[in-house]
Design a protein around this ligand. Structure first.
Ligand code: IPE
Ligand code: IPE
Ligand code: MG
Length: 227
């Protein structure tokens, strides 16, 4: 690929509607959605993409019914147990970004375990945004800067975001036909190319990612300059 593509971010939307279309409970859509993550990680890794950041649970998703929230809180534990071996064999480094404070101790421990086990893996870095909200991320960063009496600069803000050290998003994908950002990575997508597809996340497979990559290759990125 001619144009640089280091970092892909995905708003994995449409799990509920995918399930509804099949007369299944919403949580079955989340289950299929989690399986889909691994397919896309593997495929992106094979294409030498360095970073993949996926939106799994937003700071606003707590508003959903308790049964669904409980299911979503348990899903990362199942996901990590299921794919731990594959993370090792495919050399995937896993990081979780977001506010961990309200999460259960079991989940916090599991996150810590998977991050530690995969930390030295040199393949793709999978960032899972979980209890993530961009507004909260930016406010937290600014508070830290002010507390430390540092100057408020672009560099300082970036040093204090969850994505510290990670390049900005080149390509942002949202599935399920919604055209919004829903409080995902507001800072990091300042100059991202945006790609929207009607496909529900549980149907978003390798071929769908390839389509997005073809589209990205056609884009002309100017960053405010001239071509
Ligand atoms: C995305 O699918 C997953 C989460 C937000 C946790 P949804 O659950 O939002 O599915 P729809 O949008 O209701 O179809
Ligand atoms: C965004 O999807 C959050 C995740 C994909 C985790 P939502 O389904 O929560 O977003 P809205 O409510 O349609 O904006
Ligand atoms: Mg949704």
């Amino acid at each position: 690929m001619g144009k640089e593509l280091k970092h892909i971010a995905i708003i994995m939307d449409g799990n509920g509607r995918w399930a509804k279309k099949r007369a299944l409970p919403r949580n079955m859509g989340h289950r299929k959605g989690a399986e889909q993550i691994w397919k896309i990680v593997k495929h992106a890794n094979s294409k030498q993409i360095e970073y993949l950041t996926v939106y799994a649970f937003s700071t606003e998703n707590w508003q959903r019914p308790k049964e669904e929230v409980d299911y979503l809180m348990n899903l990362p534990i199942e996901f990590f147990n299921r794919y731990e071996k594959e993370f090792a064999s495919e050399n995937v480094c896993v990081k979780i970004i977001g506010n961990r404070e309200p999460l259960s101790q079991v989940l916090i421990d599991k996150i810590h375990e998977i991050e530690t086990k995969t930390a030295s893996n040199q393949g793709i870095q999978l960032n899972i945004a979980f209890n993530y909200g961009a507004k909260e991320e930016i406010i937290t960063a600014l508070k830290k800067i002010v507390t430390n009496n540092q100057p408020i600069t672009v560099e300082q803000v970036e040093e204090n975001l969850y994505t510290k050290g990670i390049p900005p998003v080149d390509l942002l994908i949202r599935t399920s036909g919604e055209y919004r950002i829903s409080n995902f990575l507001l800072w990091q997508i300042a100059y991202s190319e945006l790609y929207f597809t009607d496909v529900y996340w549980p149907d978003f497979d390798e071929k769908e990612l390839d389509k997005a990559l073809v589209e990205y290759a056609k884009r002309e990125r100017r960053f405010g300059g001239l071509s």
